[in-house]
Design a protein around this ligand. Structure first.
Ligand code: GLU
Length: 495
């Protein structure tokens, strides 16, 4: 079903507000919408909900577009790619909202409200003091048409309120099942503010109607909005979409996932060095359990298997350990050149300057150790940082009488290295030459490799020797072997 999107009539939308980098929870919403569109041969619309921003404010939607592209969750229609239902930024849709306001005023579903905010606040307090649920008392709904006209003619500022109809609102949520609200708990709400802006609930309904959205997939913090939105659809005489409200991501302590739990925005996860494939895979698994025990899913595989109806209703607890595990898995699968390219900025940031061949060798050498890309400098340091053997606990391995001979032999082989840096295959050959000659002299295994390793790194464990040989550079190798030899001779003299 992949690839032929756009034909089935299914239209979903991801509708972020551009208030900074995407929160990981919003990415999950974007992913669900993407998967739903792809699975059902539908269309994903990206709509930027910037109605709350001042007209003059710059719309910070570039970060959102970049993040979605990075994750591979590109929309089929949106502010960057266009489409037949544009514009796709709410700030550019005022005339569409205004037409809908006029329609509701004309058909009696909306009315102007002149009540000043202070009066509304006071009435709200009084209602609360009486133990009542605060709700607009419809003062302005009772104004005569003549009075309304006269006040408007005088230039009095008015908000526009939606007149909430009596009765119940019921919808069948794809995840939660049937949900019913009594309109008694919903006061006549504002659809257009006195400052001329349109309310969230109103703009969303007009857009979902005008953009022919068939399925609204969003967080369950919007469930209560859905009642208001359904009333607006009915009043506008437009069919309502189906709704699926997914659970929200919580921190392990049950609170809202926030800064104090670590990274929350996609920009932060990217900066730490999480791979998009791991993030997507993790977010899909967070409240969805595939039929089998499989945990690793590419976006294409998710498209085939993911069913929104099977999402758990329980809160999704964010488990960084699982994300880390998946990220490590994806890092280990990266082709060397790609890993080398991806770790480059982290190495540069840590002041580790490597030649291209050297970086490729280092990438391979540390690949299995990395959980996130920003771990790279910690493991790569070995290839560039100088050390003094006297300060290294592992240097005791150089105290044995056979060590000077081993290091001299190694030096002879490494001095014949054809290049400064060697890719692993060539470095293996050099090591093989050394191993063979050493064997003939009765030296093998630890007796051979440990002194070489300690002389080269000051440590008794680390990446495979051929990575060290290829990545350290001939000059550094010879320097270190000389230092190791001098140290071994000194320690032999003292013994
Ligand atoms: N702009 C809303 C938000 O960022 C989304 C609204 C919706 O999906 O209806 O929460």
């Amino acid at each position: 079903m992949t690839g032929d999107h756009g034909d089935s009539g299914v239209r979903v939308r991801f509708a972020p507000s551009p208030t900074g980098s995407l929160h990981i929870g919003s990415v999950r919403t974007a992913l669900y919408n993407y998967l739903y569109a792809r699975r059902h041969g539908g269309t994903l619309v990206l709509r930027i909900e910037d109605t709350d921003l001042k007209r003059s404010a710059v719309t910070h939607d570039r970060g959102i577009l970049e993040s979605l592209a990075w994750l591979g969750l590109q929309a089929d229609e949106g502010p960057d790619v266009g489409g037949p239902y544009g514009p796709y930024r709410q700030s550019e849709r005022a005339s569409i909202y205004e037409a809908a306001v006029q329609k509701l005023l004309a058909n009696g579903h909306a009315y102007p409200c002149f009540c000043p905010q202070e009066l509304l606040d006071r009435k709200k307090e009084e209602q609360l003091a009486r133990g009542e649920m605060p709700k607009y008392d419809r003062t302005c709904y009772r104004l005569s048409p003549d009075e309304v006209e006269a006040r408007l003619a005088r230039g009095e500022k008015a908000a526009i309120r939606f007149r909430v109809p009596e009765g119940e609102v019921t919808f069948d949520d794809l995840i939660h099942g049937p949900i019913t609200f009594s309109s008694e708990v919903i006061g006549d709400f504002i659809i257009k503010r006195t400052d001329g802006g349109y309310s969230y609930n109103f703009a969303v309904v007009v857009d979902d109607a005008e953009m022919a959205i068939t399925h609204v997939i969003r967080g369950e913090d919007h469930i209560t909005n859905t009642a208001r939105q359904l009333m607006l659809f009915a009043a506008l005489g437009r069919p309502a979409p189906c709704y699926a409200h997914h659970s929200l991501i919580l921190a392990p302590d049950g609170s809202k996932l926030s800064k104090r739990h670590g990274a929350t925005s996609i920009a932060e996860f990217k900066a730490i060095g999480y791979l998009p494939a791991a993030i997507v895979n993790y977010l899909a698994l967070i409240s969805w359990h595939p039929q089998d025990e499989r945990e690793k899913f590419s976006l294409a595989e998710l498209t085939e298997e993911f069913e929104i109806e099977r999402l758990s209703r329980s809160p999704a607890v964010f488990d960084i350990h699982k994300l880390n595990w998946l990220n490590g898995l994806y890092i280990r699968e990266l082709p060397t050149e790609e890993l080398s390219r991806l770790i480059a900025p982290y190495l540069a940031g840590a002041g580790i300057a490597l030649q291209p061949v050297q970086r490729e060798v280092v990438a391979q050498a540390i690949q299995a150790n990395l959980v996130v890309l920003s771990d790279a400098p910690r493991y790569a340091e070995l290839f560039v940082k100088d050390f003094v053997l006297e300060d290294c606990a592992a240097a005791t391995a150089l105290h044995s009488p056979h060590v000077p001979g081993v290091l001299q032999l190694a030096r002879r082989h490494f001095a014949a290295m054809p290049e400064e840096f060697l890719l692993p295959a060539a470095a293996r050959e050099v090591l093989h030459g050394l191993t063979e000659e050493a064997k003939a002299k009765g030296l093998k295994g630890k007796a051979l490799y440990l002194p070489v390793r300690v002389a080269l790194t000051g440590r008794d464990e680390g990446p495979e020797l051929f990575y060290l040989i290829g990545g350290l550079g001939k000059r550094k190798i010879l320097e270190r072997l000389d230092a190791g030899l001098a140290y071994a001779v000194r320690s032999g003299e003292c013994a």
